[in-house]
Design a protein around this ligand. Sequence first.
Ligand code: F6R
Length: 617
Amino acid sequence: MCGIVGYIGERDGQKLLLNGLKCLEYRGYDSSGMAIYLEKKKAISLRKLSGKVKNLEVLLEKKPLFGSLGIAHTRWATHGPPNQLNAHPHLDCKGEIALVHNGIIENYREIKQMLLKETHTFRSQTDTEVIVHLIEKFYYKDASLEEATRRAAKLLKGSFAIALFSDREPDKLIGARCGSPLIVGLGDKENFLASDVPAILDYTKKVIFLEENELVVLEKERVKITNFEGEIIKREPVNISWTKEEAQKQGFPHFMLKEILEQPQVLEKILEQRIKDSGIFFEELGSSSPVLLSKKLSQIKNIFIVACGTAYHAGLVGKYILESLCRIPVLAEVSSEFRYHSSFLIDKDTLVIAISQSGETADTLASVRQAKMQGAEVISICNVLGSTLTRESDAVIYTHAGPEISVASTKTYTAQLMILYLFALYLAVLKETLSKDRINDYLEMLKQIPPKQRQILSNLKIIREIARKHSHFGSFLYLGRNINYPSALEGALKLKEISYIPAEGYAAGEMKHGPIALIDEYRAVVCIIPESKLYDKMLSNIQEIKSRSGKVIAIASEEDRKIKELVSQVIYIPKIEELFSPLLVALPLQLMAYYIAVKRKCNVDQPRNLAKSVTVE
Ligand code: F6R
């Protein structure tokens, strides 16, 4: 959570840092701030306030900061309310060091007590402020800023990515990471720090990802990375292939709509990359990766899928896919539970699949570490190149969905699903659980998904109308069966997170065990009923809801006449084998949530209380 940008160079620091913050606002947006070294005064000057980055921009127009060394931050509050005092950057007692922080310092109370006794005074309620005071403590004991930061970092417990500078060493910008991502961007006579790549894409594509417990000192023409013991670390930069355009709205009213509409392209790219001459290719799992040789993969006895939120729902669909295609037991669990509960069920014959868009989700990372300690191999399915998850897994399958900026996951969800389908077919080949013909049939069906998705997206009007008609409902129920039970969970999550309407997802077979009591004329019920072996069962559920005056919105296969006779609000999707239907069903669910949120004038891309990347527990 929270976004960090830092700059040292020769350009207008204010402009550059502000631009970076705008690209990072999806990480947190309840307050923001900036500190710049003013050459003329040889001092730090600070602007910060509550609210979005726009507020900071207005403030900086009135009271600009001129300088080429600075740090900036957009906050997602953890300690202390989102007001001006708690906004970052924070300063030491003398105002000579400015610092921004992402993460949570778990031992901040103890450190604060110690520092209070040493006459430090604190201005905010944040955990962050103790870091800058701790650095100050060491700085005035003859250590350089680098050394003082290192000493302080070693005393901190919890997670942090920090960026700081001092007016006593204005040729240096310092960063350190432990548990929260931080990257270094390399330029010509300038260098950058950021919590995420989009912040610096306008200026450089050459990036170094800091590893755990590393500290970096940036000067205009030099970057030095060390560990917390002070040992030098050499690391080559990687070239980021995302373009700035890919990370921008391109005329769409919201990133979420843009990202929903990108899905056919994203899936086409995955299919092109993975299917060649009717073979399925996962080079990253082949002989080039000694730990996950195909022989070993074919011998695994069970699979655990760990993930959070939408990625967990993709994992639940993955369970249905892998169990039916590979005849292997699969347990999908939310990472926050798995890390404290299920890891003891794992051994060396278990494969763990961790799914995460950001690759920085704290609970998923902790689960992966637990699983590895138990001897399991970990494959991650991830979207963000070089993220912590990708570095800690035995093998990585990238979704290559491009940057997802809207907080609600859409294109990365279907990209995760597509990877899971292809991976299951790949494993089915290794385990010989499906005939060659069957696999070819399935691959052909998967190739039909992007055009079928385009068909859905070519008629947004019906979905928009249905969404508008139901936007005043006070609560929603989503029902599905079999492989579309997770689709129901995902539909409900999408709606609640961006429209704030209470919504629940249920397995339709569970209706009679409780949720049916909710049904009356004020309840909107989204029923996922594509052609499937359980179609008639779902139809009976719909009858039961209708006879209790519930307002049904059905998502059904085209040419379904029975449903038309029963329900007036139907969204049709193209026909497809039930196994693959989640790849189509996801689109109307996402669009419904989107249009309802727009109608209710919600902040679609940055819903309240949420952040794109959940780097704290
Ligand atoms: C919902 C959403 C979240 C994320 C969850 C996991 O739309 O975006 O539920 O899916 O926070 O994030 P990642 O995939 O980055 O691990």
